[in-house]
Design a protein around this ligand. Structure first.
Ligand code: FES
Ligand code: FES
Length: 184
């Protein structure tokens, strides 16, 4: 319903059409979590420092706490749930699990989405490049080496054709084009 001072924004989240009435100063993170119930998008610092709130905006990782919801109007958003439409783990997530890289529920969603976006641009990144790309996704406790191992393993599997990199790709316009699964 319309509300003075608010405006309607529409976008897709994990391939599903969503809309919300937002104030001009509302962050995308707050709208995703509070208005649309996407609590899998985590709140960390709220200041653009930790990468915890990373989502894909038209395929690119962004910090939802720094983006205004109105800036996402008309865009495709993918959260970590979009990596596993229907509940089947994306091969990248499976690599995280195998390598012990699925650490806490705060840093892992952002790490996964940033890594996924990197692998779209560079299917076989060096360990150094993976490290550089993930520099904005902070872990305060466990460390990074298992995460680097997991991303490397998924890249190697995809190069060998065993990782099926497109299967389970995030839903939405920039994804596989299958557009299924929605907010599963
Ligand atoms: S919560 Fe957005 S960068 Fe930390
Ligand atoms: S912040 Fe998630 S494991 Fe360190």
């Amino acid at each position: 319903m319309s509300d003075p001072g608010r405006q309607r924004v529409t976008f897709t989240v994990n391939g599903e059409d969503r809309d919300a009435w937002v104030f001009p100063h509302d962050s995308l993170l707050d709208v995703l979590r509070d208005a649309l119930g996407h609590h899998e998008v985590r709140y960390g610092c709220g200041e653009g420092v930790c990468g915890t709130c990373t989502v894909l905006l038209d395929g690119e990782p962004v910090s939802g706490c720094l983006l205004l919801a109105v800036q996402a109007d008309g865009c495709s958003i993918v959260t970590v749930r979009g990596l596993a439409p229907g509940g089947d783990l994306h091969p990248l997530q499976a690599c995280f699990l195998r390598n012990g890289a699925a650490q806490c529920g705060f840093c892992t969603p952002g790490m996964l989405l940033t890594a996924w976006a990197l692998l779209q641009r560079d299917p076989r990144p060096s360990r150094e490049r993976i490290r550089r790309e993930l520099v904005g996704n902070l872990c305060r406790c466990t460390g990074y080496s298992k995460i680097l191992d997991a991303v490397e393993e998924h890249a190697a599997q995809a190069a060998e054709g065993s990782g099926e990199p497109r299967r389970g790709a995030p839903v939405g316009r920039e994804g596989s084009g299958e557009g299924t699964g929605g907010d599963a």
